[in-house]
Design a protein around this ligand. Structure first.
Ligand code: ADP
Ligand code: ASP
Ligand code: MG
Length: 401
């Protein structure tokens, strides 16, 4: 029988009633003749509660322990879903990430899947069972429990689909991918289809509907991914390779990221070795720097602004404090209240004038811009959070988003 990987997010399993509903849906798919591997996230806001409990004890809990803690959330939901399925006569078996041999590499709390042992999954399927897998977790080379970063269950699902060579369906609380997060802009349009390339840029720019690494893996292994509402009765959005029939409008979507912070370094000697040294020390901590802009030198000194995840701010500051001691001209400012707005569209490759049009829109609406970066299919702007709504509405109007 053909295999499908389905993933149900936290909101789809937030209480017992919803877990029972997911079990019913799985039973129907099984009746339609599919073998199923089902990846689940922790119930509702469980992961947030777990993190909050740790922070009630310590401001700097060890990341290893955070992984052990956070991984418990998914263990609860997989067992309950398996119990719910068995209860309605559908044979099911649950596995944690380590049990399935989901091997990871990299740092605690942001590990990457390196390998999956598909034999355990296939054995269970051959025994006629629905395989329920804990999303978001794995085990590293030291046999330590690891997690994949917030929202990482999507990545578990796509990685398993890639390994099994089958499609992946992501069920969530929204009925597809919209041009803009419908919570931020309720009149956004639903997209029928979106390319891997555009989805990757939207996800990495803050559209939290799917984990960035999941899209990356889907593109590498050519896994078709559908994002749809967890009731399964509304046609969702397909993420796939771009083909001729896909419309190439200048802007496909807009993403908003409120989880970034900005640091401005002042009095930095205009010496590429020093600048490279600062950024390589930050990179060694696996801090993902996104936007960078540098002023022209004045008295052989420059200012450099860059953005990074808010969560990594304190680690970055500890490095900058060192430079403050070593370079007497050096100082820094941090801004943890910024908004990053990104417009994305494959059409930008062939249509010019998007950047200038965006400048016009922002200027007409009195929106101050702190940093801008552009790539082939994306332009990002750091603006003040109080301008977010105005900016979204103006851009959406202009580009019919
Ligand atoms: P899950 O718990 O199922 O993984 P998430 O909360 O991670 O669900 O993702 C779903 C949410 O993503 C939606 O409720 C929506 O607010 C948000 N979202 C952000 N950007 C978009 C977008 N472009 N299209 C649809 N939803 C989006
Ligand atoms: N439970 C994890 C989180 O809340 C993983 C996920 O939901 O995908 O981030
Ligand atoms: Mg999610």
């Amino acid at each position: 029988m053909p295999i499908i990987v389905q993933k149900y997010g936290g909101s789809s399993v937030e209480n017992i009633e919803k877990i029972k509903n997911v079990a019913k849906r799985i039973a129907e798919c099984k009746k339609e003749g599919f073998d199923l591997v089902v990846v689940v996230s922790a119930m509702g806001k469980t992961t947030d509660y777990l993190i909050d409990m740790a922070h009630q004890i310590s401001d700097t809990p060890k990341k290893r322990e955070m992984d052990v803690l956070m991984a418990t959330g998914e263990q609860v939901s997989i067992s309950l879903l398996s119990i719910a399925l068995n209860e309605i006569g559908v044979a099911a078996i649950s596995f944690t990430g380590p049990q399935l041999g989901i091997k990871t590499e990299g740092y605690h709390t942001k590990s990457r899947i390196a390998e999956i042992n598909k034999n355990i999954i296939l054995d269970a399927i051959n025994k006629g069972k629905v395989v329920i897998v804990a999303g978001f977790q794995g085990v590293n080379e030291k046999n330590e429990i690891t997690t994949l970063g917030r929202g990482g269950s999507d990545t578990t699902a796509v990685a398993i689909a890639a390994k099994l060579g089958c499609p992946c369906e992501i069920y969530t609380d929204v009925d597809g991918i919209y041009t803009i997060d419908p919570r931020l802009y309720p009149s956004a349009r639903k997209l029928e289809v979106i390319s891997y390339e555009e989805m990757l840029e939207l996800a990495s720019s803050g559209a939290g509907v799917i984990h960035t690494r999941a899209v990356e893996l889907a593109e590498i292994y050519n896994v078709p991914v559908t994002v749809a509402l967890n009731t399964g009765n509304i046609k969702g959005t397909i993420i796939k390779e771009l083909d001729e029939t896909m419309e190439k409008t200048a802007i496909t979507g807009l993403a908003v990221d409120n989880n970034e912070a900005m640091i401005t370094l002042n009095g930095v000697p205009h010496d590429i070795k020093i600048i490279a040294d600062i950024f390589s020390k930050i990179a060694k901590l696996d801090i993902n720097i996104d936007m960078i802009s540098q002023t022209t030198p004045v008295n052989k000194l420059v200012s450099i602004s860059f953005t990074l995840p808010k969560n990594d701010l304190s680690q970055a500051i500890s490095i900058l404090e060192q430079y403050k001691k070593e370079i007497f001209t050096f100082s820094y400012e941090t801004f943890d209240n910024i908004t990053k707005l990104s417009v994305i569209g494959i059409g930008m490759k062939s249509q010019s004038g998007v950047a200038s049009k965006m400048f016009e829109i922002l200027a007409e609406n009195d929106i101050a811009v702190h940093i801008i970066t552009t790539s082939e299919i994306k332009i990002s702007y750091v603006i003040n959070p109080e301008d977010q709504k105005k900016a979204i509405e103006a851009v959406a109007r202009e580009y019919n988003l």
